[in-house]
Design a protein around this ligand. Structure first.
Ligand code: PLP
Length: 283
């Protein structure tokens, strides 16, 4: 499998993580995951914009331009021959003898890899799947796409252990987001999702729904907090994310949402999302 280290091709079977990489030791770094459809990166600009924001929030210098990063993504696609997949990119603060404070004069370290992902919609997407409401036990800077994912990992496992696809997190009584997705509910034909804040990641898929898909469908989206009871009583609920795309959540904590099937608005959003991909990636 091919990967890139600081933009140069490497074999991923090589040891690429030095002991004193701060990403390795402190989770001191950020990442992005971008989908590749038909040999093209989808929504790369939005991912790179968010990457720059994450870096800025952590005072990690951005040492690659958008053009360079786009070139690296294309190189991975070309070298791997993977036309439908996911590209993982991570930037750590760099390598330095272990000490908590930011070191001076270190160069951030960029690593990237690609793996195949089927472009065909799976059963979850077509028929919907189950969600489990769980306590949000993460830190208070969920807006940064940082390497610190233990809260997310533990939440996902809790959902898996309960036979559910995603854990839908609840903090101080309000539903925030999934462990690797944003969460939407439909109530009276209007979509609700948690406001942009330090408590959620501003998903690229969420942004596309709000800025492109909803206006096109004439769907109103409100960024407002809502509680567990509101989510359970919703007509439809779904999650959004780069990897999962749009996945209907047709049961919450074992209880059907709405009539227990994929709702019409969720289906329209899903179809519109796939149409966006077709348009941008010329599928
Ligand atoms: N929220 C969390 C916690 C995530 O990890 C992710 C993506 O992995 C998302 C939301 C969705 O973001 P995006 O649509 O940019 O993939």
């Amino acid at each position: 499998p091919v990967g890139l280290l600081d933009g140069k091709l490497i074999d991923l079977s090589e040891n690429v993580v030095p002991m004193e990489d701060r990403g390795h030791q402190f989770g001191d770094g950020v990442y992005e995951v971008t989908r590749v459809y038909n040999g093209h990166c989808f929504a790369l600009k939005l991912h790179v914009d968010r990457l720059y924001r994450s870096l800025r929030e952590l005072s990690i210098p951005a040492v690659y331009t958008y053009e360079e990063l786009a070139e690296f993504h294309d190189l991975l696609i070309k070298e791997s021959g993977i036309a439908d997949g996911a590209i993982y990119l991570q930037i750590t603060r760099g390598i330095y003898p272990r000490a908590h404070g930011f070191p001076e004069n270190v160069v951030p370290r960029l690593t990237m890899s690609i793996r195949p992902v089927s472009a065909a919609p799976d059963k979850n997407k077509l028929e919907g799947t189950k969600g489990l409401l769980i306590p949000d036990e993460r830190w208070l800077r969920c807006d940064i796409k940082s390497l610190n994912l233990l809260g997310n990992v533990m939440g996902k496992q809790k959902a898996k252990d309960a036979g559910c696809f995603e854990g839908i997190q609840v903090r101080d009584g309000f539903v925030t987001e999934g462990t690797s997705s944003n969460f939407f509910v439909i109530k009276d034909g209007v979509a609700w999702t948690h406001p942009k804040s330090n408590l959620i990641l501003t998903g690229v898929t969420r942004t596309l729904i709000m800025e492109k898909i909803a206006p096109e469908l004439g769907l109103i989206v409100v960024e407002k907090k809502f509680d567990e009871a509101f989510a359970k009583a919703a007509e439809e609920t779904f999650i959004s994310g780069t990897n999962s795309e749009i996945v209907p959540i047709v049961a919450l904590n074992g209880q059907p949402v709405g009539n227990g099937g994929v709702g019409p608005i969720t289906r329209k959003i899903q179809d519109a999302y796939w149409a966006l991909i077709d348009e941008e990636c010329a599928r």
